[in-house]
Design a binder for this molecule. Structure first.
Ligand code: PEP
Ligand code: MG
Length: 607
């Protein structure tokens, strides 16, 4: 591997070629400077002037983004404006200027670093998400005070197309990206199931995460050639490398188009078994792609991204309108609305929460909703309203107890009564489903089945909580194995319990977007899979190509195996009998040859 080549985890397929913008979230260099007592007032005036200018700049950006992208995206600037005008923080800076006789920039940098250390030191991903905003606003002020140019890398005028390179991409940051100009993403942290990766994938922005040393090795302005399928990067590519990549990209594109045409219409296996392939939809802008790629419904409508990156939770009316719009678009197909799954790595600035040492084991998801009825109740009302006359279902994330389901059912009764009091039409019977994404839910499956109408397995979290592997930790990416025997045994159990109780059991984790695992899941008995919109054509095509009998045989063999590597080798073998593995971006390796990491190291189809 030469110095120009880097490798990470391909989390969102596609090829991108553009100059890099390295986002360090670092402050400009400030030369420490003391002042005389007679300069104090002038320094304070300079500080206030800088704050006023930055506030105006942020207001301006908010206006531009509102025009270009809409109120959801522009809401992020409300938080930044509040941060830059934070009276306590500014009082602290002024105190340092007066008492310690420091220049405005020296005092400001001191307080900013203090705040940053405080937030970063908690190790909380919630605060880290906000830290990005805080640092961005502080950077702006310091650039004003030091008279240096701030590299306006996002939302402003990027000039042309760019590839963003950062240490870590939060979902909040990803949701705000200027999608016209940001054609690719590279980060040192993150994996395929981190929420920023899921978003990039859903939005169709090619992305490579887990690139060790990216910040040291990529300089701003360097041309980067990025392959989001194989996870490969080439810096300052030669004309020949560019030509090769473009040729490969257009071949893939042609294949995608062929798949798209071939995959529209129902998914029936070659031996005549119908399967349903639905879409996971995170943001309104993905609806078109989901429809175009023939989704038969929405198996997971993530609602928290309506909040992430905003300062306000959307109103009941806004949500009801959105849910109704989605349900109309997919009519007669189902739309499964998942209630806010906030927390973990998704905490928007709308929430003022204290930092937690283990956010994924903390105040997350259904727990937040049940504790914050003023946020949850309007969402339930919005769903009840949108479901009337439409094929809408409600789904609860991160359930670990039977009481949680009962509590939601009780709230639904109350909110239906509230709507009746207001004279607003609502649905009478709303199917309520439980996401199976914790070992507790698997073990309690029979009891949960008695409380709900359907199950949907979230393998991203189920894998994380079963294997004790942080889904966003790049260092553990190879250990994050949804095909691990411990996970497969749980899938078997949930299917058995669900089917015995007459419940539909579907699956909406990223696992279903991987061709090999989609075959495995169909073989295990899942009849409904929900995948990221860009994966729809490929997954539908794969399921239409491999006979269910072969998938069943593969799944039966897989269940008896001891290791994830053996499961993978078996599925490669089953798949190879029906599909040229290179078409799937999988090297045609002999079973077991490449161990458990081969899916994470997908190579180009023709390599
Ligand atoms: C999951 O955990 O598998 C899932 C679909 O939910 P999310 O990725 O939004 O946590
Ligand atoms: Mg989940």
């Amino acid at each position: 591997m030469t110095e120009r080549r880097l490798r990470g985890i391909g989390v969102s397929p596609g090829t991108a070629l553009a100059p890099a913008i390295v986002v360090r979230f670092e402050f400009p260099e400030v030369t420490d400077r003391s002042i005389g007592p007679d300069e104090v007032e002038a320094e304070i005036a300079r500080l206030r002037q800088a704050i006023a200018e930055v506030s105006a700049e942020l207001e301006d950006l908010r206006g531009k983004v509102l025009e270009r992208a809409g109120p959801e995206e522009s809401g992020i600037f409300d938080a930044q404006i509040l941060m830059v005008q934070d009276p306590d923080f500014l009082a602290g800076v002024e105190f340092l200027i007066r008492k310690n006789l420091l220049s405005a920039e020296t005092a400001f940098e001191f307080k900013a670093l203090e705040a940053r250390e405080l937030w970063a030191g908690t190790g909380s991903s919630i605060l880290r998400e906000r830290l990005t905003d805080l640092t961005a606003t502080h950077r702006r002020v310091l650039h004003r005070l030091t008279g240096r140019q701030d590299p306006e890398w996002w939302a402003g005028d990027l000039g042309g197309e760019v590839i963003i390179v950062a240490r870590e991409l939060s979902p909040g940051l990803t949701v705000q990206l200027d999608r016209e100009h940001v054609v690719g993403l590279v980060s040192e942290e993150g994996t395929r199931t981190s929420h920023a990766a899921i978003l990039a994938h859903s939005l169709g922005i090619p992305a490579v995460m887990g690139v060790t040393g990216a910040l040291d090795r990529i300089r701003s302005g360097a041309t980067v050639l990025l392959d989001g399928l194989s996870g490969r990067l080439i810096l300052d590519p030669t004309p020949d490398e560019i030509y090769q990549a473009q040729a490969l990209s257009s071949r893939r594109h042609r294949l995608d188009l062929e798949l798209e045409t071939a995959a529209s219409g129902p998914t029936v296996t070659p031996d005549g078994h119908p399967l349903a392939v639905l879409a996971n939809v995170d943001l309104p802008e993905e609806l078109d792609a989901a429809l175009r790629h023939g989704a038969e419904g929405v198996g997971l409508l993530r609602t928290e991204f309506l909040v992430t990156g905003r300062t306000e939770v959307p109103t009941e009316d806004e949500q009801a309108e959105y849910f109704a719009r989605v349900a109309e678009a997919f009519r007669p197909g189902p739309v499964v609305i998942r209630t806010f799954d906030l927390g973990g790595d998704k905490f928007p600035s709308a929430f003022r929460t204290s930092p937690e040492p283990n956010p994924f084991l903390g105040w997350r998801s259904i727990r937040v909703c049940l504790d914050e009825p003023e946020i949850f109740r309007p969402q339930l009302r919005a769903i009840l309203r949108a479901a009337r006359g439409r094929n809408v279902r409600l789904m609860l994330p991160l359930v670990t107890t039977v009481e949680e389901v009962r509590a939601v059912r009780a709230l639904l009764v109350e909110e239906r009564a509230e709507l009746a009091r207001r004279g607003q039409p609502a649905v009478d019977e709303l199917p309520v489903g439980v996401m199976i994404e914790t070992p507790a839910a698997v073990i309690l499956a029979d009891r949960l089945a008695a409380e709900c109408d359907f199950f949907s397995v979230g393998t991203n979290d189920l894998t994380q909580y079963t294997l004790a592997v942080d889904r966003g930790n790049a260092r553990l990416a190879a250990r994050f194995q949804p095909h691990h025997p411990a996970v497969l045994a749980q899938l078997r159990h949930v299917l058995d319990v669900g089917h015995a109780r007459g419940l539909e059991v579907s699956l909406c984790g990223e696992m279903a977007s991987e061709p090999l695992w989609a075959i495995l899941l169909a073989g295990l008995g899942f009849r409904t899979l929900s995948v990221a919109p860009p994966s729809l054509p490929l997954i539908k095509w794969v399921l239409r190509t491999v006979p269910l009998a072969a998938a069943r045989e593969g799944a039966a063999r897989a269940l008896a195996l001891d290791t994830a590597a053996e499961v993978e080798a078996t599925l490669l073998e089953v798949t190879r009998a029906h599909i040229d593995l290179r078409l799937l971006g999988l090297r045609d390796a002999l079973p077991g040859e490449r161990g458990g990491a081969s899916l994470r190291e997908r190579s180009a189809p023709d390599s």
